[in-house]
Design a binder for this molecule. Structure first.
Ligand SMILES: NC(=O)c1ccc[n+]([C@@H]2O[C@H](COP(=O)([O-])OP(=O)(O)OC[C@H]3O[C@@H](n4cnc5c(N)ncnc54)[C@H](OP(=O)(O)O)[C@@H]3O)[C@@H](O)[C@H]2O)c1
Length: 210
């Protein structure tokens, strides 16, 4: 697929690593063009592009900025009408130990409202950057899960296909409203990783009795 990654930080660069490894055509854009260029240079198969027009022709756009920058970052790439946008953000407080919204809305729903016309899907927000960078196979037959929530069927399918192409197990988490559950789940993951000291080589999953 043709995939545009917005943001060249911890998650953006890890996406570029795994997406190029999976054989996708990857464009990466960032506020700081030099940062995007450095990430692209380290990954054959990736190219750095300026924000304006960065999503043209893309099968999917991965939004890998902080939540506070999300809407501005999407607006900076220009026309996104009908485009699949994968929202990985968590609306974290400054100390990373709480969420700035929830219960009656979610980061995903707020972004969808602010950028109408995109096919928004929540995914990957419970996957630590270390886990994304190192890969989905935890050994012993354990695969990291990606929870996918969207009101758009094409967006759900695209995000699921991308996750599977990188080796993740996909859990269909229903409509976009369920981002209200997925964002606190990421909050618990952050608490366990940093607050409880388990480190960032952990990931939540769901199990079902055979
Ligand atoms: N880190 C994790 O383990 C993890 C796990 C799951 C989900 N997430 C979520 O993923 C998102 C990214 O996290 P991160 O750790 O990768 O953060 P990060 O390292 O701070 O990277 C964010 C990137 O977004 C860029 N950016 C900001 N505004 C932009 C704009 N208008 N256009 C293009 N790029 C812009 C920043 O550029 P500058 O350098 O110029 O500021 C920076 O490169 C967050 O919403 C976070 O909650 C993170």
């Amino acid at each position: 697929m043709k995939i545009t990654v917005i943001g060249a930080g911890n998650m953006g660069s890890a996406f570029v690593t795994q997406l190029t490894r999976a054989g996708h055509q990857v464009s990466v854009t960032a506020r700081d063009g030099a940062k995007a260029a450095r990430v692209a240079a380290a990954h054959p198969g990736a190219r750095a592009v300026p924000p304006e027009g960065a999503a043209a022709g893309a099968d999917a756009v991965i939004l890998a900025t902080g939540y506070a920058d999300a809407v501005a970052a999407l607006q900076a790439v220009g026309d996104l009408q009908g485009r699949v946008v994968i929202d990985i953000t968590n609306p974290l407080t400054a100390d990373f130990m709480g969420l700035t919204l929830g219960h009656t809305s979610s980061a995903a729903e707020e972004i969808a409202k602010a950028v109408p016309g995109v096919q928004l899907v929540k995914a990957f927000n419970t996957v630590f950057a270390q886990v994304l960078a190192e890969g989905a196979d935890f050994g012993n037959g354990q695969k990291v899960s990606v929870f996918v929530a969207s009101d758009s069927e094409p967006a759900r399918q695209t995000a699921s296909a991308i996750a599977e192409s990188m080796g993740f197990a996909v859990i269909d988490a229903g409509g976009l409203k369920n981002a209200r559950y997925l964002e606190p789940l990421a909050g618990l993951n952050i608490y366990l990783g940093y607050g409880a000291g388990l480190g960032t080589a952990i990931a939540p999953t769901w199990i079902r009795k055979a």
